[in-house]
Design a protein around this ligand. Structure first.
Ligand code: LRH
Ligand code: MN
Length: 397
């Protein structure tokens, strides 16, 4: 039976843990090889707020939902009123605002990095509109991801594109309202397969620094080469006070966008540890946004989201149980095996009974996945949305 101290530690950690849900995680998404339609999938912004509210009802950890402007506010500012009403109706606050400068045909050779100044202007105007939408919705973070890059050596000037990105992000930064943050996301490849303009944490950090003090780096856990040490990157960004947030997901190979902790739960545990040890050392919790960024191509989308939040709660609880005082001493004395056992020992702990206890104490269902099944929510969603989802199949070629 876990001791009182562990229970307090886990309860405190779970009371603090908030993780933002991506609206696009509820919609029918696929890969370039196709999309398998789910009849219960969200087909409109109201469905997405409804699903997010259900996940929050079951887990108590997701009070906000990230919005992707082109998908959730296709008309831009004129859609703000409707979204605000839905946010009030479902009790889910609008979270980070994600611009979309990667789908329109004009972005074939890039957005802020495009050699054509008119297309750079188009992309900039869209991102500036997202800053205004964030301001209107009371959202703090604007999270642009850029697919920009090239597929063949010699076909683009990498240095000119750096200059265009610096100029573009600086102009976005000047438009930020007090308290807003610009979170620059990096990704090593895909859809560009020779060079990507913002390919790693260093490039994102330098561009954010050049843009201004309200610009920080967003770490998408799926945006790393296999052999990269993600928690070391997290430590560097924390040390530089440049870590703005995470897009959590999991992967076996590349940017697979699988559910958090499904392939390498120890990875998430090691990341959470870096955040918690900085808080322990400084007494200040790093101001870092936890967001999910996944596409559920095969799993039921709501189940997958509930499963993801539960996995995050369990892994955060485990990381909270690391005896950081003892670990620091063992690290000082280079007591390797003892340090590793102290660290990994927390990971091996089965925190599920304590997490269930916390849920009971917070009047949440002990087993959120079971409660979802018993709620009839998915049957209702299937009935209401089946006809809207029929025929949404898109073919690759
Ligand atoms: C790009 C990305 C980005 C989103 C998209 C849905 O791979 O991680 O954060 O805009 O996924
Ligand atoms: Mn992402």
């Amino acid at each position: 039976m876990a001791n009182k101290a562990s229970a307090e530690t886990v309860f405190e950690a779970l009371d603090k843990l908030k993780i933002e849900i991506p609206s696009w995680g509820f919609a029918n998404t696929g890969t370039r090889f196709g999309k398998f339609i789910q009849p219960a999938a969200a087909t409109c912004i109201e469905d997405k707020f409804s699903d997010a509210a259900e996940v929050h009802r079951l887990t108590g950890a997701c009070p906000t939902m990230a919005l992707h402007v082109q998908w959730d506010l296709p008309n831009g500012i004129p859609d703000v009123g409707k979204v605000q009403k839905l946010s009030q109706k479902y009790g889910i606050r609008c979270g980070s605002i994600n611009p979309n400068v990667f789908e329109d045909q004009e972005y074939k050779y890039g957005s802020l990095g495009n050699p054509d100044p008119a297309i750079r202007r188009k992309a900039l105007d869209h991102i500036l509109k997202c800053v205004a939408i964030a301001d209107a919705l009371g959202s703090r973070d604007i999270c642009p991801w850029f697919a920009d890059g090239s597929n063949y050596p010699g076909t683009q000037s990498i240095r000119k594109r750096i200059g265009w990105f610096e100029a573009g992000l600086k102009e976005v930064h000047t438009a930020l309202r007090p308290g807003q943050r610009l979170l620059v996301e990096y990704k090593p490849f895909e859809p560009a397969f020779y060079h990507t303009d913002i390919a790693d944490w260093g490039m994102a950090l330098l561009l954010a620094r050049t843009a201004g003090p309200q610009a920080l780096v967003l770490v998408d856990t799926g945006h790393h080469y296999q052999s990269q040490n993600i928690e070391q990157i997290v430590s560097w960004l924390l040390h530089q006070e440049m870590l703005g947030g995470f897009h959590f997901n999991d992967r076996r190979y590349a940017d697979d966008d699988l559910t958090l902790g499904s392939i390498d739960p120890y990875q998430v545990f090691r990341i959470f540890h870096e955040l918690l040890v900085k808080e322990w050392e400084t007494g200040i919790a790093p101001d870092v946004a936890f967001m999910i960024d996944q596409s559920h191509n095969l799993k039921g989308k709501i189940e997958a989201m509930v499963q993801t939040v539960c996995a995050a709660q369990e892994l955060y609880a485990k990381a909270a149980l690391v005896d950081r005082h003892r670990l620091a001493q063992l690290q000082e004395t280079c007591s390797l095996v003892d340090a590793e056992e102290c660290f990994r020992g927390a990971f091996w702990q089965d925190v599920r009974p304590l997490v269930r206890e916390w849920r009971r104490a917070r009047h949440l269902p002990e087993d959120p996945l079971q409660a979802l099944l018993e709620s009839g929510y998915m049957e209702r969603a299937t009935r209401e949305r089946r006809d809207r989802n029929v025929g949404a199949v898109a073919s690759y070629a």
